[in-house]
Write a protein that binds this ligand. Sequence first.
Ligand SMILES: O=c1[nH]c(=O)c2[nH]c(=O)[nH]c2[nH]1
Length: 288
Amino acid sequence: MTLLLGPNRYGKAETRLVRVVRDGDVHHLKDINVSSSLSGEMESVHLTGDNAAVLPTDTQKNTVYAFARRHGVDQIEDFALLLARHYVDSQPTIHHARVEIEEYAWERIPATGHSFVRTGQEVRTCVVHYDRDGSVSVVSGLKDLVVLNSTGSEFHGYIVDGYTTLKPTTDRILATAVTARWRHSVTDVDFGKSYAEVRKLLLEAFADTHSLSLQQTLYAMGRRALEARPEVCEIRFAMPNKHHFLVDLEPFGLDNDNEVFYAADRPYGLIEGTVLREDAPDAGQAWE
Ligand SMILES: O=c1[nH]c(=O)c2[nH]c(=O)[nH]c2[nH]1
């Protein structure tokens, strides 16, 4: 029997880092979670336990902290690119690096220059791949962006079979927690501006699309981002349909004209989809 070592990678997951930049009495906060994953000449470590090709995960964690001090942390995509390039370019045995970063946003409490409140629920994300052959990819994104339209949403005309009980509606609540990830076709991007613009476009499209289904809304959101942002070539969504069911108040002698809802947390519909340019460059490992 011949066995082979299949695909493998290793790294340090979830290095949590908070960086405080002091501008006199006014402080700035960066709160991130970094996961690195390396691959390359890793046959020996798996087959014989020879660690000579291994850059320890502990070193990867230290590199994150040291680079934060040495280079600062501005846009997470730029920091991820810096780390990925460093691992591959400095170590001959490392051929590929994947660096994923999540960022949690804080806003200053105006009472002082050094007090903060976590803003919103959403988390900014990125995944960078950098390969020895020079190929590089950047996927930016967000998750847990919770949005709701209290009207402007219909759902009818679907398949009706022997198991269907859902009533068609021309006015329902549409709510979801958006996970969106978008692939850049280039890497020399102002990632801060691009993120803010894509987020704004997604919210605007969610709000002003009269929805006949969450699927239609998803496509409209992707389309809005791609039409306005030339640096983005593909966007992928996962959107749970956070169902709001009208409560039957008739037993209590009350009507309910789309006013009182039961917000169910499960089960939920899960709507996933991709919108991309016809001529989008090959994604390579960007989504892995
Ligand atoms: O927007 C929707 N899409 C569906 O596919 C679906 N299915 C369902 O039961 N409700 C909804 N809503």
